[in-house]
Ligand binder design. Sequence first.
Ligand code: ADP
Length: 491
Amino acid sequence: MPKLLFAVSEVHPLIKTGGLADVAYSLPRALQPHLHDLRLVLPAYRQAVQRARRLQPVATLQLTGFEQPIRILEGLLPDSDIPLWLVDAPEFFDREGGPYGDVDGLDWPDNAARYTLFARAIVEIACNRAGLDWQPDVVHCNDWQTGLVPALLHHEPARPATVFTLHNLAYQGLFDAAVFNTLALPKFLWTAEGLEFYGRLSFLKGGITFADRLTTVSPTYAREIQTADFGYGLEGLLDFRSAHLTGILNGADYTLWEPALDTLIEQPYDANSLELKAINKHTLQRSLGLPQTTGVALIGMIGRLVEQKGIDLLLEILPTLLGQPIQLAVLGSGEKKFEQALRGIARRQPQQVAVYIGYHEELAHRIEAGADMFLMPSRFEPCGLNQLYSLRYGTVPIVRRTGGLADSVVDATPSRLQDGSATGFVFDAATPAALLHTLQRALALYHQPEQWRKLAVRGMQQDFSWGSNVDAYLAVYQQALADRGTPPSAQ
Ligand code: ADP
């Protein structure tokens, strides 16, 4: 039973920018019954410190190259008894703003130094040099912010095994070559076999190159990232490491996302009382200022407003789509041009379009509960969580066939409808025409209420909890240990 250190840069409900925070909250909790001894490590961001309860300083580190001592604060991952360590370096993490950027969304200029410090603190903990009297057998790192950890640990004689999970290859932690020299990293890491990526410094490459085992968040995305279309130039390296790469679909946390138990929605419901969903629809319409018309399909969309999510595809077809009796509720934030375009449409057509720009956890639940359909026309989607939540809420997902969307939604073709396996609508081409065509298919079925109900109920019956995917992670930890050799705790 390996001891696990889960290293991550965001975790619900302490600090969140996207699905990574959801996974960092739900995966450790799902793993805990199988592992017993696991701990989570996170930077001590101002917001995280404010939200975490009963933090105690338990150790102080002095890292060469950093003037100030670094404290380790100990608390618990909320709603669990999993120990949480916060790496407290106020100069880097005690700031107003997000984890990766300021209040305007601009990256912090010292991100390379911030996540180098975080990685070095993790290495000290992993090698039992942090004064915590604890050493993991496996360190599970996530995304570029922890990419240096496997690279730095690789050269440690008494190191634990390392697992690196790619949640989104589009975010790589790329910095100018000159930054490398400011970080006091071992010089031998600056090679094409190390952290150098076409003349730049890549944190992500450190994880991909040096981790004993790699995972990503869906089987389809694991295949996609080995191709030039999705690999961002790392496809060759990922192909080279493919024998050590596993795609494991993220699980939905049904303690948070379950319409029968959701305290953030007006009216709880389940598959046997799906008609009650209409109450949530009316409440949502009222709160968003949309007419409470029945028989009009309400389409929901939640997420980062960036090209990845296909928001531009939606904007292109909106003039045509809004010629039909539909309503649209969008919640998100991201690129200013998309925010402005959406706001403009909502101003011009308030009878049909409601837009909330910003982050709003409760509204996200109310959209899932109140919308009839949920739109995710992503160009790529490593896993995606909202389609899993939508399935659970009987809010029929309309998705592009990519990554985790392809692995979780079954298209409502006539034969799939007939054999009862359909759960949503899936399209292939990342084009406005393909999206519009698929929305038309969905709207046509929506106007056949009995068929629609069956499709929604079928979705609600799917089980995308962590379940067997936890076993897949446990197997990867064992493989990493086997690759690494004797675990430190047995030495
Ligand atoms: P990604 O990690 O690429 O942003 P995911 O679908 O994997 O996308 O996860 C997104 C998570 O963040 C979901 O839990 C979603 O509900 C939430 N989310 C995204 N944007 C917002 C927002 N503006 N308000 C509330 N929740 C949001």
